[in-house]
Design a protein around this ligand. Structure first.
Ligand SMILES: *[C@@H]1O[C@H](CO)[C@@H](O)[C@H](O)[C@H]1NC(C)=O
Ligand SMILES: *[C@@H]1O[C@H](CO)[C@@H](O)[C@H](O)[C@H]1NC(C)=O
Ligand SMILES: *[C@@H]1O[C@H](CO)[C@@H](O)[C@H](O)[C@H]1NC(C)=O
Ligand SMILES: *[C@@H]1O[C@H](CO)[C@@H](O)[C@H](O)[C@H]1NC(C)=O
Ligand SMILES: *[C@@H]1O[C@H](CO)[C@@H](O)[C@H](O)[C@H]1NC(C)=O
Ligand SMILES: *[C@@H]1O[C@H](CO)[C@@H](O)[C@H](O)[C@H]1NC(C)=O
Ligand SMILES: *[C@@H]1O[C@H](CO)[C@@H](O)[C@H](O)[C@H]1NC(C)=O
Ligand SMILES: *[C@@H]1O[C@H](CO)[C@@H](O)[C@H](O)[C@H]1NC(C)=O
Ligand SMILES: *[C@@H]1O[C@H](CO)[C@@H](O)[C@H](O)[C@H]1NC(C)=O
Length: 479
């Protein structure tokens, strides 16, 4: 196999697709070159929007042309047409379909114009004709529903992204036949209906499954297999109800789990604590309840890699368990110097009063959002050891006690919201030393005394209603 697909290795969640054995210098076979040129000549560009003009120099070997990848024998195996805005010229008789060796086709963001009556007829042609390994159709305006028999044509496909189109209808069961798939991304469409149990079974081989931002209903099927290998599971922003299925605990390599903004019920998914590489948990805006303390948990090694815990807008209650935070190494250490790897799935977090969608999560982005629950008790002192944390939101709970003066430890903090609790005592002067802090809301507590002064702050409201914001923007604002 010529393609190595690294969906996820430690710290990097990006869809990295490496083509090994590609030969940029190999001679282009003549028939391949003429097919490419024929294809190129039929394309209708939209020069106003095209980022990439697709100018191919006939005097140079075609394997060196922009976006073209050949194998060592001079066959074209990859074509990257991303962000070449095409307004027409690909139909079923396009010479694209004569490129017999084509395995990888990137067509993201090419913005098929309405000149293609049903985007999916094209897609179907692509799939049937070329037996592609990688088909990337992200960010187009594909209309229509996914063909029921799509799976029959995906026997060798390992990467399929239809994300961010205008697709409706349901997810075809036939997809379950695509047994080579490692990445399946149909997020940000208008897909409705329920999720077939066999799609969960696919996590025996599927590493990234993203159904986020659709209109899916029903339960998450309780069919995660014993050999589950999924690392990213995203159901964010659907209409799913019922509990997190028990069999998900079979997925011991899961790193990103996002079921935010559904109607999921149940208690805190304690089994996730036992997954060593776990990094992103988003349960926000569901119907979870109860304590987040896990009685049977073995404390020592938990969540060393965790970087986002967003459980806001649920009915969790009880105290914030001290023992959790002591093992969150990723947040304890300031990772500023580490290489900036990221994952390309989007996760929505709330910061600075806004819902932000982070399409690329830098490993240095660290968020704890426990807001809008029923947590009570003091802010645990150990929380102040998370020196790498950037965003902390504990607002709209029933926390009491004082703000620990050790808050000055949180030198990376950019956004701190402790508003609408029952905190008492004085505002620690140490807050003034948090030099990256650009949002601070302490309003609706019972805090008294002096307002700390420091370069970063200016005070909007006097005592009892503190909202302090700095003029300095930066940090997260740039992401
Ligand atoms: C086209 O390729 C030939 C051979 O590599 C080179 O000499 C020529 O400068 C190129 N033309 C342009 C416009 O890049
Ligand atoms: C496909 O497009 C080409 C040129 O854009 C055109 O000549 C041909 O008639 C079209 N074929 C079909 C089947 O639509
Ligand atoms: C489609 O392309 C035509 C011609 O290039 C253009 O006039 C029209 O505005 C485009 N429509 C859309 C929806 O982009
Ligand atoms: C989901 O369906 C509802 C009702 O059918 C519709 O109003 C809404 O726009 C749909 N959501 C999306 C993301 O398309
Ligand atoms: C999504 O599909 C539903 C029907 O399934 C339709 O009522 C709704 O308008 C669609 N929403 C969008 C944004 O296209
Ligand atoms: C793990 O998968 C097996 C086989 O599908 C299933 O029987 C079992 O119930 C699953 N484990 C859990 C905890 O659900
Ligand atoms: C904290 O969460 C609340 C909702 O729970 C939200 O309204 C507020 O904007 C968030 N604060 C920040 C700084 O994002
Ligand atoms: C304060 O928090 C309580 C409890 O979470 C909530 O019901 C109330 O709406 C919040 N008040 C404001 C102004 O956000
Ligand atoms: C501060 O927090 C309170 C209570 O959560 C909220 O009502 C208010 O809008 C927040 N102020 C700002 C400026 O974000």
């Amino acid at each position: 196999m010529r393609i190595t697909l690294l969906v996820s290795f430690l710290l990097c969640y990006c869809y990295c697709i490496y083509i090994t054995h590609a030969s940029p210098n190999s001679l282009c076979l003549e028939d391949q070159q003429s097919l490419l040129l024929q294809f190129r000549n039929n394309l209708a560009f939209d020069p106003e929007y095209s980022f990439r003009p697709l100018e191919w120099n006939k005097s140079a070997v075609c394997c060196s042309w922009s976006g073209v990848t050949c194998d060592k024998d001079g066959h074209i195996i990859g074509l990257d047409l991303s962000y070449v805005i095409i307004s027409g010229g690909i139909n079923s008789s396009s010479s694209l379909f004569s490129l017999q060796h084509l395995q990888i086709l990137y067509l993201s963001g090419i913005n098929f114009n309405s000149s293609i009556p049903s985007g999916f007829r094209l897609v179907q042609n692509l799939i049937i004709s070329s037996n592609l390994d990688v088909l990337d159709l992200r960010n187009n305006q594909l209309l229509g529903s996914i063909p029921q028999d799509i799976g029959s044509y995906l026997s060798s496909t390992i990467f399929l992204s239809l994300s961010n189109n205008n697709l409706h209808g349901s997810i075809p069961d036939s997809l379950c036949k695509a047994s080579k798939l490692r990445v399946l991304d149909i997020s940000v469409n208008n897909i409705s209906g329920t999720i077939s149990p066999c799609l969960m079974t696919m996590t025996g081989t599927l590493e990234v499954l993203n159904f986020g931002k659709n209109n899916l209903t029903g339960l998450i099927p309780d069919m995660f297999p014993i050999d589950c290998v999924v690392s990213t599971l995203n159901f964010h922003g659907n209409l799913l109800h019922g509990p997190i299925p028990n069999s998900l605990s079979n997925c011991s390599s899961i790193e990103v789990f996002d079921i935010g903004s559904n109607q999921i019920v149940g208690g805190f998914p304690c089994f996730l604590l036992n997954i060593p590489a776990f990094g992103v948990l988003v349960l926000r805006n569901n119907k979870f309840h109860g304590s987040i303390e896990c009685s049977h948990s073995q404390t020592n090694e938990h969540w060393k890699m965790i970087q986002i815990v967003d459980i806001a807008f649920n009915s969790f209650n009880g105290k914030l368990p001290e023992k959790y935070f002591t093992t969150w190494d990723r947040m304890i250490h300031n990772e500023d110097d580490s290489p900036k790897m990221y994952y390309e799935d989007s996760v929505t977090v709330s910061t600075k009063g806004q819902q932000l969608e982070f399409v690329k999560i830098l490993t240095i982005l660290t968020v704890i959002d426990f807001s809008s629950n029923h947590f009570e008790g003091p802010i645990p002192e150990v929380l102040m050891d998370l020196k790498g944390i950037r965003v902390l939101n504990l607002s709209n709970n029933a926390l009491y006690g004082e703000i620990p003066s050790t808050i000055g430890n949180l030198q990376q903090l950019e956004s701190l919201d402790l508003s609408n609790n029952s905190l008492v005592g004085e505002i620690p002067v140490q807050i003034a030393s948090l030099s990256f802090l650009s949002y601070l809301n302490l309003s609706m507590n019972h805090l008294v005394g002096m307002i700390p002064t420091g370069e970063t702050f200016f005070v909007l409201e006097p005592l009892e209603y503190f909202v302090m914001e700095s003029l300095k923007l930066g940090g997260l604002g740039g992401l």
